[in-house]
Design a protein around this ligand. Structure first.
Ligand code: SAH
Ligand code: MG
Length: 204
């Protein structure tokens, strides 16, 4: 057991180094703390991840979920999905994580079954669309964690976003409003890392 966990830590460290060297936007350690706390509280059985990158967050989520967890992870880039698969194959969670390559907005229309945990971390301008599309695929106690919701300080701050980020910032504000004002959820926004929204589904 010890050996297995040590191997996973080594693999994750290797992945972090690769991500940093190749400028892959994997979750930073401050954001990871918030994500993993939410996973540990939920101990999910069926996880949907939107935005795999190299599989870093997926492996962390797998390590803190229920023993029988199944993770579906969506990734647009074929190249990144291949790298992710390579890492996942070297992990103890090889048979628990399935990567689906393609546009997440499209993949979300083809889901089946219900998920008790969702990690939103793909195209930042698409978060409201992702939120709408997952509604019919959530268990009644589902938890949704969205990363990067404070996007470099432009979402809540007083500093105006550069032109190229304007749409992203507008959509992230829309996302925060959607989850905060929704009577079906209790949401907490964390400033850790690039900002995370943790939304827990409650009975209306
Ligand atoms: N969750 C990962 C990081 C994801 S980075 C981690 O923390 O380890 C965001 C990823 O979303 C990138 O790999 C990018 O290729 C992917 N992405 C961007 N647009 C997408 C889309 N429309 N559909 C699916 N994936 C997308
Ligand atoms: Mg992120």
């Amino acid at each position: 057991m010890m050996g297995r966990l040590e191997d996973l830590d080594e693999l994750l460290a290797e992945m972090r180094a690769f991500g940093e060297a190749e400028h892959v936007p994997i979750i930073n350690s401050r954001g990871l703390g918030v994500l993993l706390q939410a996973v540990e509280e939920q101990r999910p059985h069926r996880v949907l991840e939107i935005g795999t990158a190299i599989g870093y967050s997926a492996l962390y989520i797998a390590s803190k979920s229920a023993e029988d967890v199944e993770i579906t992870s969506l990734e647009l880039s074929e190249e990144r999905a291949e790298i992710a698969q390579g890492y996942i194959d070297r992990s103890p969670f090889k048979d628990k994580i399935e990567i689906r390559v393609g546009d997440a907005g499209e993949a979300l229309t083809k889901l089946s079954g219900k998920y008790d945990f969702v990690f939103i971390d793909a195209a930042k301008g698409q978060y409201p669309d992702y939120f709408r599309k997952i509604q019919e695929h959530l268990t009644s106690n589902a938890v949704i964690v969205a990363d990067n919701v404070l996007f470099r300080g432009y979402v809540m701050g007083t500093v105006e976003a550069p032109r190229r980020f304007k749409t992203i910032v507008k959509r992230l504000r829309e996302y925060i409003d959607m989850v905060s004002e929704n009577a079906g959820y209790v949401t907490k926004i964390y400033e850790n890392g690039d900002g995370l929204a943790v939304s827990k589904r409650i009975a209306k």
